[in-house]
Ligand binder design. Sequence first.
Ligand SMILES: Cc1cc2nc3c(=O)[nH]c(=O)nc-3n(C[C@H](O)[C@H](O)[C@H](O)COP(=O)(O)OP(=O)(O)OC[C@H]3O[C@@H](n4cnc5c(N)ncnc54)[C@H](O)[C@@H]3O)c2cc1C
Length: 393
Amino acid sequence: MTTTLRTRVAIVGAGPAGLLLSHLLDRAGIDSVVIDQRSRDEIESTIRAGILEQGTVELLDTIGEASRARTVGHRHDGIELRVEGEGHRIDFAETVGRAVWLYPQHEVLKDLIAARLAAGQDLRFGVTAEGIEDADTDRPRVIARDADGARLEIEADFVVGSDGSRSVARATVTGSSTGGYFREYPFAWFGILCEAPPSSDELIYSNSPEGFALVSQRSDTVQRMYFQCDPDTDTAAFSEAQLWDELQKRVPGTTLKQGPIFQRDVLRFRSFVAHELRRGRVALVGDAAHTVPPTGAKGMNLAIADVRLLAAALGALLLDGDERLLDAYPETASRRIWKAQHFSWWMTSLLHVAPDATDFDRRRQLGELRTVVESAYGRAYLAEAYCGWPFDA
Ligand SMILES: Cc1cc2nc3c(=O)[nH]c(=O)nc-3n(C[C@H](O)[C@H](O)[C@H](O)COP(=O)(O)OP(=O)(O)OC[C@H]3O[C@@H](n4cnc5c(N)ncnc54)[C@H](O)[C@@H]3O)c2cc1C
């Protein structure tokens, strides 16, 4: 038996991109249905991104008090680059007059889900999209199944694939699930969550001969830290003491405050941009369209920036019958996507030590780091990109 639903915009994926899009559409008076294959519990408890650009926080403000980014999150006015034990602060406020907020992605998702449900909007968990049909007509359809295996068809004026890096929608838009520009890196991040007080007030990005480490915070009692590792590292291969040794030797100059480690994961580095972002009445946003290595904290923020553009384009199409913004969407979105791709690649190569690095490579990298930290222009480039380019730039 098939249940058929009708809506104006069918959104596949209730990550930050899909949920925020549904809110912006609702504000414009456009109804949508959002489906996600995962349960609400799973979505609200998966630890991922942690840094919100200023523009992201401002867009989240549009959901009103439900957004706790400014009240529960922490504003950060700088980061530290640690070069062989020597600290250099990149002062965002002083260089570009902007800031970032430390507010975990799963908290953003709790806020967006609560706001969506409070507004009586249609959000369905445990519903998996299997494919999208009729993309080239003005009645595209999402073919999905709920947790009991029952078939659901969602007929819409437009379908948005916000279904993350393993997107089903991508194949409809690009012709294949892998159709895009791709790059892999010879290292990954070993991430831990631990119960301990913060080791620093701001994030420390540390380059050392042993490799890279990031000292980040979550709250007064829980901390998130990463160190550079081989992509095939087994998370169980290290004892807690060994993990603290690995972290500590990459952050000379700071004695890390240790505590029980209660989560560990290995995060592989990939850069990807889909060849196409739109086909007919189907478009991709967020990780479905692109992924970046995590070093520049751009992934979730870039997803939100796509959504801002697509929401305006869908408003023009569905309210005024004007397709111009939609036609421009792939090109307009690509400008920021490739800037963010470059920044993420640059921060990654600036800070990590490649497994095959020669003495020349290492000395050149230290020269590049000093070029950045000792120059007002170098610091300003980093600060502007890290806090997020203004949306109209
Ligand atoms: C460990 C880690 C750390 C990160 N750190 C940062 C950071 O510091 N800063 C930053 O900006 N970014 C960071 N990122 C990246 C960031 O998390 C992603 O870029 C962001 O989640 C993208 O949002 P999205 O909505 O596009 O996709 P997602 O958040 O991946 O959401 C996609 C949703 O679609 C659902 N879905 C998938 N397939 C289907 C289907 N067939 N049917 C129905 N639903 C489906 C999924 O269940 C999921 O809920 C990090 C990522 C990881 C993994």
